[in-house]
Design a binder for this molecule. Structure first.
Ligand SMILES: Cc1cc2nc3c(=O)[nH]c(=O)nc-3n(C[C@H](O)[C@H](O)[C@H](O)COP(=O)(O)O)c2cc1C
Length: 313
């Protein structure tokens, strides 16, 4: 049977329809010097044992270094690391100059500010056409909730806020970030000094070590959450508001009931919620939760539309 000749440019374009993240794969050469390249062929393979893969072009300068190394690290890039991605996709010899990093347990460089990394021991190498598949056994890893960089059809894409919503948040200094956090059909509300109830809110999402951020406020109450979804973005009279939606991951100690409390829909004392926007959002949250079909509200405090969850385009 005769094979149809492959138009490799066209096939590359077709493969590129698959949206991926972007990684920088790193290792050390025999002299202990760092080596790395940008790759989007990363994939998780197995949980037990914990395996990942990445495929390296046989034409890559780093191939022999990777094949002979005892391990490698996969660094999953954050949204703001496009420049780093471009740098490691080039043939330069000095790719690591000025790049902050620390060695993983295999010695492979773990880059600062990535959204996740996996430090891997070489497990298996598979010869595959014009690439070699490196399969690594995960020896150590870490991750955070920052927005990852995406790649699709030859271009970087954002998995974070779509441009329309980004305009909304970057064009004004006064931002308030709220979170609709659920746990077992209940929602977390913050109790103010006068007993009024509101959706937990702070000027930034921040991280758990920042006391004045949303995650810091929750962490102070022993609450660890994940906030992967956008729920609303709108202009208020003085502030602009972004609301995320997510789930409780764990409660460290006893929850500080004076400040934060999970409520069933039927338990909510609606009279204590003084913000009309909060009341509308809580009601929408429970409505959409019931049918498991969430949208994103975009507009201002008086009128807006509910959009489907942002898709990569
Ligand atoms: C988004 C993106 C993804 C890439 N993915 C891969 C990949 O999975 N495997 C690969 O071998 N090269 C990939 N490349 C190309 C390499 O990064 C590029 O060829 C680099 O120069 C290889 O480095 P080296 O030749 O210094 O080893 C990718 C490039 C970009 C921009």
């Amino acid at each position: 049977m005769s094979e149809k000749p492959v138009d490799t440019h066209d096939l590359r374009r077709a493969f590129g329809s698959f949206a991926t993240g972007v990684t920088i794969v790193t290792t050390l050469d025999k002299q202990g010097g760092p080596c790395g390249f940008t790759a989007n062929s990363f994939s998780s393979v197995s949980l037990d044992p914990p395996l990942v893969l990445v495929s390296v072009a046989k034409s890559a300068y780093g191939l022999s270094i990777f094949s002979e190394s005892k391990g490698f690290a996969i660094n999953i890039l954050a949204e703001q690391q496009r420049e780093l991605s471009n740098r490691f996709a080039s043939r330069g010899t000095d790719k690591f100059s000025g790049v902050n990093r620390k060695p993983g347990s295999t010695g492979a460089p773990i880059l600062d500010d990535v959204v996740a990394w996996f430090d891997c021991e070489n497990y298996q190498q598979v010869d595959a056409g014009d690439h070699v598949i490196l399969i690594g056994k995960v020896a150590d890893y870490s991750y955070n909730s920052d927005a990852p960089l995406g790649f699709c059809r030859g271009a970087y894409v954002s998995f974070g806020l779509p441009p329309k919503m980004l305009d909304l948040v970057t064009s004004c200094g006064h931002l308030q970030v709220g979170a609709l956090i659920e746990n077992e059909d209940k929602i977390l509300l913050q109790i103010g000094p006068g007993g009024d109830l509101k959706i937990p809110m702070a000027p930034t999402v921040g991280d758990r070590s920042q006391p004045d951020s949303l995650l810091g406020l929750l962490d102070a109450a022993g609450i660890h959450v994940e906030l992967p979804f956008l729920f609303a973005a709108y202009n208020g009279l003085d502030n602009r508001y972004i609301y995320y939606r997510g789930e409780l991951l764990s409660i460290r100690d006893v929850i500080l009931t004076e400040q934060l409390h999970f409520y069933d829909y039927d338990e909510i004392p609606w009279g204590a919620i003084h913000s009309e926007a909060d009341e509308t959002m809580i009601k929408r949250f429970f409505r959409e939760r019931e049918v498991d079909n969430f949208g994103v509200y975009i507009g201002d405090y008086q009128a807006g539309d509910i959009h489907p969850l942002p898709q990569v385009s």
